[in-house]
Design a binder for this molecule. Structure first.
Ligand SMILES: C[S@@+](CC[C@H](N)C(=O)[O-])C[C@H]1O[C@@H](n2cnc3c(N)ncnc32)[C@H](O)[C@@H]1O
Length: 449
């Protein structure tokens, strides 16, 4: 948006009534302290996990006294401003500027907490996506934008006026993009399929793709003879042949009809031992040194340990973690909370980051799904990640399932979720649980007198 300033100069940026005030609020010191609440947590003496009750604006300011630059991952799921009156005031309605003023100082303080290779994921829907992107561009810098990833949230209810809504988004920004390690997901490999063992004891299989691929462009260093186990020479189809009839003798292709190997001659020399020679089929396009059909085909070996360690980039759409999973898991834990994200979603985000020791912060933590996700991922890969949860003690609505179940406020729900999730994990993994921190300490924000 272009606005004219009083002195008639023009400025480009995102402005809303109250932005100046929001900046002041971010800069003002906290009006209170955090005090420990004993007896509310689990393994309080030893646990490094923290649950904080209080308005996240104040809490973020206080966290900045100790944790500035120390947090690797933040996940938040702020009120979407949908106009629905659920939990904390998620009814800024058309007053989008109030939502912006609420988010601005919190994101500003959150950025300060991130370390240089840190990252933030923010769940949001169409109501505030555009505003959130602009606020993040300003606070984190456009150059640190990582992605906006749609997530399929539900496929069932036929609501909406023109389209049936099915998705929300994860807005992802880095503190400093060049410092953020690439995201990776390990592909599940079936070790049994690697059916050969080399002399070092490594399991391998034949690559699905032969060393000759007809689609390759003809390059100078890639048309050469390879010697087969029976002493014959092998070369891709074509019209020109090396002068010398010996292993690695090269010829420069004259056109794309002179086909080439996938490996250059130099690579071949270094990696000969990684090739498997098989009997060629009757359709075999490869030729011998006499220009006749070769008896051989050639495939690279593919090693299980290489494949198992290789990571793929995650897709920039998420299909696998709809909200229905959250409803199911909270039901099985007996926790009454309606607008939770599935722990699988946050666990998946955690798994993308190559750091098993990191601190994960969620300062709109609701039912503490992020705490659950951290514990689950630690179980999965023997990680040592810790969590910091922040939640305002918002009173449960009278008559709601939560109030009827005896929960006074959302903090009580979140803490009980962590207790139950931790207990379930300890029961499931038995003695292995010793190494996993399923406890937490509790702090409360107390305003200064
Ligand atoms: C959409 S919910 C988050 C749900 C959470 N992701 C889960 O899976 O349970 C947003 C939460 O932020 C809390 N909240 C809103 N404003 C807050 C504030 N200023 N400080 C701390 N928590 C706040 C709300 O009470 C609500 O529990």
């Amino acid at each position: 948006m272009l606005i004219k300033k009083e002195d008639d100069t023009e400025q480009f940026g995102f402005f809303w009534p109250g932005k100046k005030e929001a900046k002041h609020i971010a800069a003002a010191p906290s009006a209170g302290t955090l005090v420990p609440v004993h007896g509310d947590g689990v393994d309080e003496e030893t646990s490094r996990n923290i649950y904080i009750e209080g308005d996240n604006l104040e809490v973020l300011k206080l966290l900045n006294e100790t944790y500035t630059g120390k947090i690797k991952m933040i996940y938040i799921d702020p009120p979407y401003n949908t106009g629905n009156d659920y939990v904390y005031s998620d009814k800024f309605g058309k007053f989008h500027f109030m939502w912006c003023s609420m988010m601005y100082p919190r994101l500003y303080l959150a950025r300060k907490l991130l370390n240089e290779n840190g990252v933030i994921f923010i769940s949001i829907d169409d109501n505030e996506l555009a505003h959130l992107r602009k606020i993040c561009d300003e606070i984190f810098g456009e150059e640190n934008f990582v992605a906006i990833v749609p997530r399929i949230a539900k496929r069932t209810s036929d609501k909406g006026t023109h389209f049936k809504p099915t998705k929300d988004y994860l807005v992802c920004f880095a503190k400093n993009l060049p410092m953020l390690s690439p995201f990776g997901i390990a592909k599940i490999r079936d070790e049994k399929k690697y059916d050969m063992i080399d002399k070092d004891g490594r399991r391998y299989k034949k690559s699905g793709a032969s060393l000759y691929q007809p689609s390759l462009d003809s390059r100078p260093n890639q048309r050469y003879y390879i010697q087969a186990p029976d002493g014959s020479l092998i070369i891709p189809p074509g019209n020109v042949f090396p002068d010398k009839k010996e292993d690695t003798a090269k010829v420069k292709p004259l056109s794309n009809a002179d086909k080439v190997w996938r490996w250059s001659a130099d690579t071949y020399l270094k990696q000969k031992h990684l090739l498997i020679f098989t009997k060629g089929s009757s359709q075999n396009p490869l030729l011998d040194e006499n220009g006749k059909q070769s008896k051989w085909n050639i495939y690279p070996k593919v090693f299980f340990d290489d494949d198992a360690a290789a990571k793929l980039h995650p897709e920039d759409v998420i299909y696998d973690f709809p909200n229905s999973q959250a409803a199911k898991e909270l039901k099985s834990l007996g926790i009454p909370f309606d607008f939770a994200k599935p722990s699988g979603l946050i666990k998946y985000l955690i798994s993308l980051i190559d750091d098993k020791e990191m601190t994960v912060l969620d300062f709109f933590c609701g039912s503490a799904t992020t705490a659950h996700a951290v514990m689950k991922q630690n179980v999965q890969d023997s990680g040592n990640r810790r969590f910091i949860m922040v939640q305002i003690p918002e009173i449960c609505k009278e008559g709601s399932e939560a109030a009827q179940s005896g929960y006074k406020n959302i903090c009580e729900i979140g803490k009980e979720r962590i207790r139950r999730a931790g207990k379930k994990i300890r029961e499931e993994i038995g003695s292995l649980a010793k190494g996993i921190d399923t406890g937490f300490k509790v702090f409360r924000f107390v305003p200064s007198q």
